[in-house]
Each structure stands twice: as structure tokens, then as C-alpha cells.
Design a protein around this ligand. Structure first.
Ligand code: NAD
Length: 257
């Protein structure tokens, strides 16, 4: 039985990915912020879905040592870490001259550096077992920019550089590394962003949805969490062994423009 770690899986995209892996017989390690009671409910719900075990590790993605412990504890419990999904992320929308320095540091740490720490800790085991799947949840903002998102866009572009490098390092060891680049997905992260963008651009929330979000996405539809979770599961499969170093957009045509 294979084991997957999904960072930031107490909510949104990460939760959807964890759910799909649980459904398909993986051992799943959940991670993220949240109230203990709610996390336990999620853990039990996912455990009831499939054959594998579902556990939670509370590593803070701001703390490299806690991230290393997440990998170590998982290897000790399940014997291997076969798939990692660096997914945890935060956002802050503000023009660069007012962008709080602390927010820049936190976004780079959580959205980019935590993936480095996770991969760094998981790579030796993956290489020695000659199997590994690294599936980073980047963003269309890893490929193109939008105003007022300097830290997020920088972190997501950095993620693609990291993934390409790791793909080369893992290529002869059965370890693939890819990034999924979603457009706008309806999650708590985006709801917050709609309010922040409305403030930054002096628009109503409805105007932001129609004129900013739907304008960027030619299909005029949000990406669904389940669609991303299906791609993540495919990338973890044997059939995806030759996909590596790729940035795969799932953005309703946004980055085709
Ligand atoms: P979300 O806010 O629903 O979930 C974020 C998760 O990260 C939560 O589980 C949260 O607890 C966790 N997290 C935040 N800070 C953490 C920390 N310090 N330590 C551990 N966990 C932490 O957001 P989401 O929309 O599901 O976003 C998930 C990923 O997808 C992010 O990397 C985001 O950039 C990316 N993404 C989202 C969208 C979108 O439209 N929602 C689009 C493209 C990419």
C-alpha cells in the first residue's frame, strides 16, 4: 500500500486531493491548520472512505524542523513516503509599495520554501526505493502574473523552478516531479481574495468575480477541486512515469491567451 503526504489538507484543494487518495486505497497523512475537533472529524471521515490508514501531522509549514519530522514520522509509521503533495499556501493582495514585509516572508516560506523542505526530507527515501511522485500545487500564477500579488506570483514561479530541478535530480531513480497550475478554484482562499481584491481595486465583490476572475478564465467557470484531485491521482500512477518536470495548467484556458 502506498503512502501520500498532502500539506495543507485541512481545507480546499488539499482536502479534495487527500480524499481522492484515501478513496483509492492510499495511506494518507493530513496536515494543516484548524481546530482539533474539526480535523479529527475529517480524519475519521477519510479513514472510512478507503482501505488505507489516515493520520494527521500538525507540522507548521513555517518551521523546517517540523516539516522534516512530518516525513520522518510518516516513514516510521508506514515504512515509506511514496507521494508528496506540497499544497499548503496563503495569499495576500496589495500593491507592492504597501505590501507588508512580514506577509512577503510568510508567503515565500509557506508557498515555496516549505516545498523545498518537504522534498529535501522525502527525496533520500524515494531515491533508495526507486519510486517517488512529487506533485506540487502551484498556480496559473506560476506561469503569468497579476497585479498586487507580488509575493504569491514570485513564490509560484519559484515553485516551477524547484520542480524542474527536482525532476532532473530524480529522473534516473523513478522519482517524478510535476506542478499542477490551477486557475481560479472555489475554495476559502479565493473567497478571501475576492474581498481583498475588491478593496485593492475599489470594486464590488460581484464586479471582481465577473471582471477580474471570469475575465481571466475563458471558460467563465471556476476549476473544481475534484478535477485537480483527479489529475493528482493520475500523476501518482505508474502510467504517468514519463511525465516529469512539467507545469500542467488546469485553468480554463487562462494561460493560453
Ligand atoms: P485553502 O485556504 O482552502 O487551504 C490552504 C491550506 O493550507 C489549509 O489546509 C491551511 O490550513 C494550510 N496552511 C496554511 N498555512 C499553513 C501553515 N503555516 N502550515 C501548515 N498548513 C498551512 O486554500 P486552497 O485554495 O485550497 O489552496 C491550496 C493551494 O492551491 C495553495 O498553494 C494555493 O496557492 C493553490 N492554488 C489555489 C487556487 C484557488 O483558486 N483556490 C488557484 C491556484 C492555486
Amino acid at each position: 500500500m502506498k503512502t501520500v503526504i498532502v500539506t495543507g489538507s485541512t481545507s480546499g484543494i488539499g482536502l479534495g486531493i487527500a480524499e481522492n487518495f484515501a478513496l483509492n486505497g492510499f495511506n494518507v497523512v493530513l496536515n494543516g491548520l484548524g481546530k482539533e475537533e474539526g480535523i479529527e472529524k475529517t480524519r475519521a471521515r477519510l479513514a472510512a472512505l478507503g482501505a488505507g490508514d489516515v493520520v494527521f501531522h500538525g507540522a507548521n509549514m513555517l518551521e523546517p524542523e517540523e516539516i522534516a519530522d512530518l516525513v520522518k514520522t510518516t516513514e516510521e509509521k508506514f515504512g515509506s513516503v511514496d507521494v508528496i503533495v506540497p499544497n499548503a499556501g496563503i495569499q495576500h493582495v496589495e500593491k507592492i509599495e504597501d505590501f507588508p514585509v512580514g506577509k512577503w516572508d510568510a508567503i515565500i516560506a509557506i508557498n515555496l520554501s516549505s516545498a523545498f523542505h518537504l522534498i529535501r526530507a522525502a527525496m533520500p527515501g524515494m531515491k533508495s526505493r526507486k519510486f517517488g511522485r512529487i506533485i506540487s500545487i502551484a498556480s496559473a500564477h506560476g506561469l503569468v502574473a497579476s497585479p498586487y500579488k507580488s509575493a504569491y506570483v514570485a513564490a509560484k514561479h519559484g515553485t516551477l523552478g524547484l520542480i524542474k530541478t527536482v525532476a532532473l535530480e530524480g529522473a534516473e531513480y523513478g522519482v517524478t516531479a510535476n506542478a499542477i497550475c490551477p486557475g481560479y478554484v472555489e475554495t476559502p482562499l479565493v473567497s478571501g481574495q475576492i474581498a481583498d481584491t475588491a478593496k485593492a481595486r475599489n470594486m464590488s465583490e460581484e464586479e471582481v468575480i465577473n471582471e477580474v476572475i471570469l475575465k481571466a478564465q475563458p471558460t467563465k467557470q471556476f476549476v473544481q477541486v475534484g478535477q485537480i484531485a483527479a489529475l493528482a491521482l493520475y500523476l501518482a500512477s505508474d502510467q504517468a512515469a514519463q511525465i516529469t518536470g512539467a507545469a500542467l495548467p488546469m485553468d480554463g484556458g487562462w494561460t493560453a491567451q
